[in-house]
Design a protein around this ligand. Sequence first.
Ligand SMILES: [Mg+2]
Length: 381
Amino acid sequence: MKIQRAEIYPLSIPLIEPIKMSREIIADAKTVLLCLTDEQGRQGWGEASVAPLMTGETLDSLVGSIKYLVEKSLGLDWGNPDNFSDIFNRILYSNASAKACLEMALLDLYTQSASVPLWRYLRGENTVLDEAIPTPIPLLRMLGGSLEKELSDARAMRELGFRHWKIKIGLLPLEQDLHRVKVLCELLDGDTVSVDANCALNLADAIRFCESEEAARLSFAEQLIPADLPMGDFIKLKKRSAIPIGLDESIHGIEELERFIEADAFSGASLKLIKTGGLIPALECAKLLKRNKLALNLACKVAETSLSAAAMASLGFAAGDVAWGFSMSNQYLQFDICDEPLLAINGHVEAAQLAHSGVGITPNINRVKEVIAKGYSTIQC
Ligand SMILES: [Mg+2]
């Protein structure tokens, strides 16, 4: 399989409402789409989003590294996905997000040519699972804004079938966050409710939070402390915490997972394709978590389109058990890039929604061109 040509689309898509995190406010999704055309004229699509605080990527750097990788990829043989990662690493050091974007587009082409949905191809790699139809993946909804708004959003979304929740904390004083958590946990009793501090707490506050009665009903607390703190702090937090500890910014790939497993310093992790460098390495991470009885959360960066959503859902169907839910972030976009966006069904995404071969989402090129980021244009390779 050879790539004949490629187009790179740097996009900026407004969110329905801004999402506030402890260290940033996101009002629009900065994401990059890649379209590859093979020698048969088939088109394969990939996506990766910027994440300055998680991967260090900005729109300029991401577009630059995707362009570099793609230009070097023209004319190479891409017939065996098992070799993708080695070939990427021979072209470019690090740059996981750009590799994830190219890998998604190549796997879209490969699975289209094999006439198989991407999730089924990935699942084939996971010999632990039987051939039954995968169970639907529970979608996780983020809550934000005033407590009144969070309560009314939670009630409305619960009516639609959502049972997995994430409360962003770290912007307010600890006592106020604890109060929000207590009130929301009471409303959402029986559901999987989590918090995410995006590194905002110091160790003392994180321990206080995890030992408090108000937080006792949480299913997990994600990345309370900064990723650059010493391992000893993570071990201490896990030992003192009454609730399971999740990690996100601390985990980029298999080596970090192995270090934290060795230290017994967490209870589960959030995987994103922009961190792992693609679906195949992410599936290895998911299997490692499962072997060690650690929980899995899947997440798109806030926010990515239906394309990344479908790729990540495919990983979920292949991994088999997404106990901490899937944060499918296209649900926060004002505008999606395809005619039929991937939507929640009773708070879940189902394998039947991705029945076509390939990733299962084909962007509408006219819609893509409507949201090219200001000051940027399509790049042809
Ligand atoms: Mg997170």
